[in-house]
Write a protein that binds this ligand. Structure first.
Ligand code: NDP
Length: 497
């Protein structure tokens, strides 16, 4: 008998030998039900897949370090930013949005940019995209929008008609559609793209003052994109381009880096600012709120096991820490609810116990949550499961109270998010077009024309005309370029500025 520790065993630890042939009646006979190992292998295999994420299913990730390079303690007391030079371990996951888990990495799509920072006050997650904005500004529109990016209920194929129908009917999407159709819609892997927290968050300092904040992670590798044609070719050559690029560069020691910069708006300025600072379809122009340097994020370690560490990674914008807070951004408010809910569905109520999701500074859970599927941390042993009680030593630390309070003094109603004053869907997409150089403008127009050429069916002309109006309203040159490309004759004098 061997004394090896790495014996082949069943999941329950019983060493066994019969890993090749099934137990059969006679050499060529049928199999016996009592071959438990056969059943265990097949039954476990049948359960290897967990539900894939309904969005952001295809992704890659790596571990790294965040280092503070500049002092921002006048804005926040968050421990992660407590002093220059401080390092915090973290993990990142990048993804496409609409495609399934096996889809190609170079699809034209926004890219998820999800980060988990393991801080001593708990995990801080920043779950953004490679764009500073989004297609919709109210979470009630999220599932409608995402359905247009998925498969048509009848054809079971992606449908440009669905996409442009929705976008043309809800022009709040125009800004994000402009970025999506630009060359940044097909980034050259994840190393060469920026990441944005996208939402407005709060920073809270030691004097309990609130500052609204936008987080920008600017690639130190420089922006690099595929052209539409290159991206289409790469989908066939290497559908896992992005996964390979990230993995291999980290293996070679060529660690990708991003500079964290923030835009900061004192709380009092939010009221009178000419743009709704909580509207996820708008940026804060840099001229109004310049970027402030904060630190450097470096990815320097590949996960050992993709499923354990990346597929089971569960990030949520709800996971904030002392010194960082939410904002009234309606999309953020919706995501505070939906992200943990998605994790509970996909990974179970105890998803925070999975090692990659667990705060390494937390020795054991100190709360009154108990039981549920896959409770693997001892379930807090014999400690009381109710509060208050006369037995345990868990204390509420008042110094962590989130202040200042959010002031809300208004009627509750289903307010029109695009009411007058909130309905300028055109200035910022137009500004973006106007800062692009000639080649970038040409590529944008050609990408839009290519994508809109897929619109089909009885409503084709109606959808095209409606969307063309939006492009013209953003910028007449942009509108004219798209109309020409699509072969649509328009009276351009109608749109002269
Ligand atoms: P600025 O000239 O100060 O900033 C322009 C920004 O646009 C830069 O951050 C640049 O990113 C980014 N950019 C350039 N090309 C693209 C593209 N194809 N897709 C996405 N972003 C791009 O001007 P403003 O701050 O006044 O903003 C003008 C427009 O730029 C906005 O309407 C918005 O569309 C876009 N933008 C603004 C951002 C902001 O936070 N203010 C952030 C990103 C985009 P980089 O420096 O990395 O090249």
């Amino acid at each position: 008998m061997s004394n090896k520790n790495n014996k082949l065993t069943t999941a329950s630890g019983r060493p066994y030998v019969e890993n090749e042939d099934s137990l059969s009646v006679g050499k060529r006979g049928p199999l016996l039900v009592e071959d438990y190992i056969l059943h265990e292998k097949m039954a476990h295999f049948n359960r290897e897949r967990i539900p894939e994420r309904v969005v952001h299913a295809k992704g890659s990730g790596a571990y790294g370090t965040f280092t503070v390079t500049h002092d921002i303690t006048k804005y926040t007391r968050a421990k992660i930013f407590s002093k220059v030079g401080k390092k915090t371990d973290m993990i990142a996951r990048f993804s496409t949005v609409g495609g399934e888990k096996g889809s190609a990495d170079t699809e034209r799509d926004p890219r998820g940019f999800a980060l988990k920072f393991y801080t001593e006050d708990g995990n801080w997650d920043m779950v953004g995209n490679n764009t500073p904005i989004f297609f919709v500004k109210d979470p009630k529109k999220f599932s409608d929008f995402i359905h247009t990016q998925k498969r048509d209920p009848y054809t079971n194929m992606k449908s440009p008609t669905m996409m442009w129908d929705f976008w043309s009917l809800r022009p709040e999407s125009l800004h994000q559609v402009t970025i999506l159709m630009s060359d940044r819609g097909t980034p050259y892997g994840v190393r060469h793209m920026n990441g944005y927290g996208s939402h407005t968050f709060s920073l809270i300092n030691k004097d309990n003052e609130r500052f609204y904040v936008k987080f920008h992670f600017k690639t130190a590798q420089g922006i690099k994109n595929f052209t539409d044609k290159e991206a289409a070719e790469m989908r066939g050559i290497d559908p896992d381009f992005s996964q390979r690029d990230l993995l291999e560069n980290i293996e070679k020691g060529n660690y990708p880096k991003w500079n964290l910069r923030i835009q900061v708006m004192p709380e009092a300025e939010a009221v009178g600012y000419h743009i709704n600072p909580f509207d996820l379809t708008k940026v804060w122009p840099h001229g109004d709120y310049p970027l402030i340097d904060v630190g450097l994020m470096e990815l320097n370690r590949n996960p050992e096991n993709y499923f354990a560490e990346i597929e089971q990674l569960a990030t949520s914008p709800a996971h904030i820490v002392d010194g960082i807070g939410y904002s009234p951004d309606k999309m953020l408010q919706g995501r505070l609810l939906s992200y943990p809910d998605a994790h509970r569905y996909r990974l179970g109520a105890n998803y925070e116990q999975i090692p990659v999701n667990r705060c390494p500074f937390m020795k054991e859970s100190n709360n009154y949550q108990r039981d549920g599927f896959m409770r693997v941390d001892g379930n807090q042993g014999r400690k009381p499961n109710y509060f208050p009680n006369s037995f345990d030593d868990i204390e509420v630390d008042e110094s962590y109270k989130q202040l200042p309070p959010t002031i809300v003094d208004a009627e509750a109603d289903w307010f029109d998010r695009n009411a007058p004053g909130e309905d300028d869907h055109y200035t910022q997409p137009g500004n973006l077009f106007r800062i692009m150089d000639d080649q970038a403008q040409k590529n944008l127009i050609s990408n839009i024309v290519g994508a809109m050429s897929g619109i089909d069916g009885p409503k084709k002309d109606e959808i095209i005309n409606r969307q063309l109006c939006h492009w013209f309203r953003a910028d007449p040159t942009l509108g004219a370029g798209v109309a020409n490309g699509l072969g649509v004759k328009v009276d351009e004098s109608m749109f002269a500025r």
